[in-house]
Design a protein around this ligand. Structure first.
Ligand code: 13P
Ligand code: SF4
Length: 370
């Protein structure tokens, strides 16, 4: 997905590259003022400060999906986030509302680890093995086409903030769940809900192969089939980082996102969605020390907003999410400038059939987590 958009995306015009930060800020602020309530600007917690300063609301993926659906007065939604989030906003809003992603190259490497063709192949294999006993559940970090596959098969989307409740519902529908594309969120959520890792297996979409999560366990005991996908950012938090803090700075609390591996999540003091992470820090007393295992823009913003606490990244050599970081001030100023002149660049449109099936999955999640 990301490579295709790399080739098709109109490139940022040179004049925005040549402007100073001050000029870009002035331009973005004035265009935003001109557009007034015709414009809604939601921003994900992982976005850069230079664009988040312009956001009307900040939130996690679930909050931003809900907020986008609740702004009928806005003709234009400029989404400060990544491609799958803008697609979800497009599917939740009427056609007349245009959703813009300032840089189409802002994809998600995890979402790219599952496509609808791979889903169909997996479904064929798995239903042959297990019959009609499986419900597909996809993390919102997936393409509209994957969500549509899930919707067609009676399944649901899930986010990191509602994963436990939605998984519990899934098991009232079918004996088994196929969870995609993030094996870690699936494993961490089911384990927290009391499932043994012996009841889990991993589907490798590149080899079309199913293996038990705990080697040697018979596959007929499988209740959760985990898609072999991961977040390339959160996999960079390792046990060695936790061991180092436990040894050298034992008072520091370890707080991670459940896209981290099972081992890291188990060894941490707390694990939860971006909103959960923010909430833990907001309610902690002054002097609390944290090592946080999530995207760098959020960790740095939390550290700046809470000087009364000590907040560092769990991985001292961590880089920000490259695709989230593609949404920068020059791209935002450009699409705002064009929108104020009546031109929509980089709008995200999901075709009607795909959107109708994907909505089945999204609406199920929304109704489960009001
Ligand atoms: P949440 O905002 O749902 O915690 O998701 C994190 C994420 O990785 C978004 O890309
Ligand atoms: Fe995707 Fe991970 Fe970046 Fe989130 S942090 S957008 S899951 S690559």
């Amino acid at each position: 997905m990301t490579m295709l958009f790399d080739q098709l995306a109109p490139a940022l015009p040179d004049r925005y590259k040549q402007m100073t930060d001050e000029e870009l800020q002035k331009l973005a602020a004035s265009r935003r003022r001109e557009l007034g309530s015709r414009l809604f600007l939601p921003g994900h917690h992982y976005q850069r400060d230079e664009v988040i300063q312009f956001a009307d609301v900040t939130g996690d993926s679930l909050q931003l999906a809900r907020q986008s659906a609740a702004r009928p007065e806005a003709d234009i939604i400029i989404f400060l986030g990544v491609h799958f989030m803008a697609e979800t906003a497009d599917m939740l809003t009427p056609d007349r509302q245009r959703v813009i992603l300032p840089d189409l190259r802002a994809g998600c490497s995890m979402a790219d680890m599952a496509d609808d063709t791979q889903c169909e192949t997996a479904w064929e294999h798995l239903t042959e093995q297990y019959g009609d006993t499986i419900l597909p559940v996809t993390y919102v970090n997936s393409s509209a086409a994957v969500k549509a596959f899930v919707g067609r098969h009676g399944g649901t989307t899930v986010t990191s903030s509602n994963a436990e409740a939605v998984m519990a519902w899934a098991y009232t529908q079918k004996k088994r769940v196929l969870f995609l594309p993030d094996q870690h969120l699936g494993r961490n959520t089911a384990y927290k809900g009391g499932m043994s890792r012996k009841a889990m297996a991993v589907w490798d979409p590149l080899r079309s192969e199913l293996k038990p999560d705990v080697p040697g366990t018979p596959l007929d005991e499988t209740k959760l089939i985990l898609w072999r996908g991961h977040c390339s950012v959160h996999e960079n938090f390792r046990m060695q980082h936790i061991d180092d803090f436990r040894k050298n700075d034992p008072d520091r609390r370890i707080l991670v996102h459940p896209e981290c591996t099972w081992e890291v999540t188990q060894a941490a003091d707390l694990a939860g969605s971006t909103s959960f992470i923010i909430h833990q820090i907001e309610q902690a007393p002054a002097g609390t020390k944290w090592a946080v295992g999530t995207e760098m823009n959020l960790v740095q913003r939390l550290a700046a907003h809470h000087p009364e606490q000590s907040i560092v990244s769990l991985n001292p050599d961590m880089c920000p999410c490259l695709t989230m970081n593609r949404i920068d001030l020059p791209h935002l100023a450009w699409v705002l400038d064009e929108a104020a002149a009546g031109n929509i660049v980089h709008d995200i449109r999901v075709d009607k059939n795909t959107a109708a099936d994907a909505r089945l999955a999204i609406d199920r999640m929304m109704s489960l987590t009001k």
